[in-house]
Design a protein around this ligand. Structure first.
Ligand code: ZN
Length: 178
């Protein structure tokens, strides 16, 4: 029997095949982790959430970072966010991205109040502050006091807000109503 329309799986494979191989590998890993998250119940998913990024104006959800254990030890950190238009925005935060191309520098997410460019390095710093990634020999106290105030606050609440350089409010959201 002849089939005219490609199946979803075929379209997915074709889209992967068009990517450079290193990026294809990262995308496949990200898709696998997101599918695993989608299979969980909401409470189980919440248990894997390390932190949330919220809009500075009204606290809208701009994205969450999930910690997923790898079979051989270690973790992958996955951002799941959305754009102001409601499009899903996922990112694999820790991956051996080759220098030559396509290490994502930031992920654009947003809400009705503005747009955020969430830096991959910044998100990993947020994870590190929550998880207490300390330097060798550093005490908990030294670690906490070394954090910038916004990071220390985020560590306590597990909620982080993009700063002025990475948050672009909509004019209509910041201008006073006439
Ligand atoms: Zn908002």
């Amino acid at each position: 029997m002849m089939r005219d329309e490609p199946t979803g799986a075929e379209m997915y494979q074709a889209a992967l095949d068009r990517l450079p191989s290193a990026r294809r590998e990262a995308q496949a890993e990200l898709d696998r982790l997101c599918a695993a998250l989608d299979r969980l119940t909401p409470p189980a998913r919440r248990r894997l959430s390390v932190l949330q990024v919220r809009c500075p104006l009204r606290g809208c959800d701009l994205g969450s970072v999930y910690e997923m254990a790898l079979r051989g030890g270690g973790h992958r950190y996955v951002l799941r966010g959305r754009t102001s238009g409601g499009k899903k925005k996922n990112g694999l935060l820790n991956w051996a991205y080759p220098d030559s191309f396509y290490a994502p520098v930031f992920y654009v997410t947003g809400c009705s109040h503005g747009m955020a460019k969430l830096g991959r390095g910044w998100l990993l710093d947020c994870v590190g502050s929550v998880r207490g990634w300390r330097r060798e020999g550093e005490t908990e106290e030294q670690f906490v006091s070394s954090l910038p105030p916004a990071m220390a606050q985020g560590r306590a609440s597990r909620v982080f807000h993009p700063d002025g350089a990475s948050w672009f409010p909509r004019y209509s959201a910041v201008l006073p109503s006439p």
